[in-house]
Write a protein that binds this ligand. Structure first.
Ligand code: G6P
Length: 623
């Protein structure tokens, strides 16, 4: 969703801000803006609806060499996408400008109070309320300050903190004050902010991607922290307490992870990065000697793990689908009762307490608002909460009591691909780990390790279907409805395949357990509604074949994803995509590959903006 960048130092701030905003485009946005402070100490604001390219054209008409500025991409919540609602927003009579991510829940009440005190509003946003509130706090403090303290930056910091303490909701924000033109003030509560430490320059951003290539030293702000950022240093303090010692971490991203590397789209690049991403998730975690997976980040002793009676996976979107795969794995391999919950539902439910329940939030970004809220609610109920997460230092990674990092590298395409398969393989390791602490013998553990180890190569093979999938995409691209059907381990694959197609091509697609389609969706079957059957060889194969025949008997075209060497399927399906065989519990990781490619090619052929699908955001930081 919304993105933030900030720069202070010797460079031309506008250049960094525009490039940084471009790198944040993947988060989803509908308008953008930047502000710098010019030589006469005036704010130079540019705002535009639509793409960053348009904003850059506007900026080029009136370039500035200023070395300080902030920028923002907005995904509309309060008020439609428009220039006047775009950030940055001015506070008071131009004393400050501000850009904000998050949602302020009590903005109406604050706005009414400020209106009565004579403040005017030019937008419908909750952000402008924060800007005016800070201006009000600054005015009050200034009127009470001794003459010699009126220009002290401490005054601005105190005014900012006073305003923040009146806000209810979430914010990651950056502020520039006219009277302190060499400083960026930054604050976070529930919406991420990082600071990049340079030599004689410093950077601020809502995630690390804009900083790559500029610095690899990074400070992750935590909730309720406020930072004062100058070219030569930063100071971090708690909103209600004093100064805080901040940790500088090393940023593990390079430029190849944030550029297209010759691919047409990030989504395609990330689909093809999957063998490497899977190897990174597995690296150092398969232990042959003990025939188990090494997952030290869980922060649980073997005895604590043996006492676990129930596991809950909670997630949203694609991560919810990997949670379903995880449920099947946990039951089959670890034999632990496992439930999967939509985070947006779990956060408001009150499931009966059950002792020794372990809750995992599964999330690529670590910032999804509902997943974070569900995690907090479960923590409140006394459950141990862990995370399976890709983004190091993200909110959920910080709040969970432990977990598994995916190490899949930055995922920029809005439609999740490599994070999904990495989540699935992490869940396979989790199931193995728990299984080995309970009933699973050494030989079984070793066999599972070998099967897991074979997965990246199988995915590499599956990617070779790309040309074949492109042909199939051309044949079916004009269909308006698709059914995706699979059973057992490949039921989640059907859901995820359907989600991929609808997300990026805007074609209606439904995923169903193959047998369940008789209870409704079969009514949709006609010559123009293809059914995509996910049916690699396994114990359920014959049953799925019967479901396929039922569709064929009603004249529906069938595309099948099947195992290499399956001659039977060729006779019944209209089109077949062959994938290499792997153990059944690992099939979802391989069978999803052609479905990701199918969605991608259909979307490209239909002229859709694959990496920035309409209305969607990469990480949904509002409820
Ligand atoms: C958004 C994205 C999806 C993603 C979901 C959950 O809806 O568009 O691709 O699966 O959020 O995101 P998370 O970062 O928590 O996995």
């Amino acid at each position: 969703m919304c993105g933030i960048v900030g720069y202070v130092g010797p460079r031309v701030a506008q250049d960094f801000l525009l490039e940084g905003l471009q790198r944040l485009e993947y988060r989803g946005y509908d308008s953008a803006g930047i502000v710098t402070i010019d030589g006469d100490l005036e704010f130079d604001i540019h705002r535009e609806v639509g793409r960053i390219k348009k904003l850059a054209q506007l900026v080029n008409e009136r370039p500035s060499s200023s070395g300080i500025g902030i920028g923002h991409t907005r995904w509309a919540t309060h008020g439609a996408p428009s220039i006047r609602n775009a950030h940055p927003h001015i506070g008071g009579e131009g004393e400050l400008v501000l850009a904000h991510n998050g949602v302020i829940e009590n903005y109406d009440e604050l706005k009414n109070r400020l209106l009565k005190r004579g403040y005017t509003f030019h937008s419908e946003t909750d952000t402008e309320v924060i800007a005016n509130l800070i201006a009000e706090c600054l005015k009050n403090r200034r009127s009470k300050a001794a003459d010699e303290d009126r220009d002290d930056p401490q005054l601005a910091l105190d005014a900012l903190k006073e305003a923040l303490s009146q806000l209810r909701g979430t914010y990651g924000l950056v502020v520039l004050f006219k009277d302190w033109p060499e400083t960026i003030f930054a604050a976070r509560l529930g919406s991420p902010l990082v600071i990049g430490i340079g030599d004689g320059e410093n950077f601020v951003a809502s995630d690390a991607s804009p900083l790559v290539g500029y610095t690899d030293r990074i400070v992750y702000l935590s909730d309720n922290q406020v930072a004062v950022v100058n070219a030569n240093g930063i100071e971090v303090s708690h909103r209600d307490l004093g100064l805080i010692q901040h940790d500088v971490k090393e940023l593990q991203m390079d430029l190849t992870s944030v550029d297209l590397a010759g691919y047409d789209h990030y989504m395609l690049k990330e689909i093809f990065e999957q063998p490497a991403a899977l190897r990174n998730t597995l690296r150092g975690r398969l232990n042959d000697d003990d025939a188990t997976a090494v997952l030290g980040g869980l922060n649980l002793t073997p005895n604590q793990m043996r006492r676990i009676k129930r596991v809950i996976f909670t997630a949203c979107g694609t991560s919810w689908h990997s949670a379903l795969v995880g449920e099947y794995m946990m039951e089959e391999i670890a034999q632990i009762p496992t439930e999967v919950e939509y985070a947006s539902e779990l956060r408001y439910r009150n499931p009966p307490m059950c002792e020794n329940t372990l809750v995992f939030a599964i999330t690529q970004s670590g910032e999804t608002a509902d997943t974070l809220a569900a995690l907090r609610e479960m923590k409140r109920k006394g459950h141990r909460t862990l995370a399976i997460c890709n983004v190091v230092g993200s909110s959920i990674a910080q709040e969970a009591e432990g977990g598994i990092y995916l190490h899949a590298g930055p995922e920029i395409g809005v439609a999740s691909t490599k994070a999904y398969t990495s989540q699935c393989v992490a869940l396979a390791m989790l199931a193995l780990h728990f299984g080995r602490l309970r009933h699973l013998g050494y030989a079984d553990g070793r066999a599972i390790i070998e099967q897991i180890r074979a997965v990246p190569d199988a995915v590499e093979q599956a990617l070779k279907t790309n040309d074949r999938v492109a042909e199939i995409a051309a044949k079916y691209k004009d269909c308006q409805n698709f059914l995706y059907l699979g059973r057992h381990f490949n039921f989640p694959t059907a859901l995820e395949g359907a989600l991929k197609l609808k997300e990026i091509s805007y074609i209606h697609a439904e995923g169903y357990p193959a047998a369940e389609m008789k209870h409704g969706p079969i009514a949709l079957v006609d010559k123009k509604t293809p059914s995509v059957f996910v049916m690699p060889k396994g114990f359920i194969y014959d049953k799925v074949m019967s479901n396929l025949e039922e569709i064929k008997a009603r004249g529906g075209p069938v595309i099948a994803v099947a195992a290499e060497g399956d001659r039977r399927i060729e006779k019944v399906a209209d089109d077949v995509i062959f994938i290499p065989p792997v153990q059944e519990f690992l099939q979802p990781i391989v069978s999803i590959i052609p479905l990701q490619l199918l969605a991608y090619h259909i979307a490209v052929l239909r002229g859709c903006d694959v990496d920035k699908p309409r209305n969607l955001a990469k990480s949904v930081t509002v409820e």
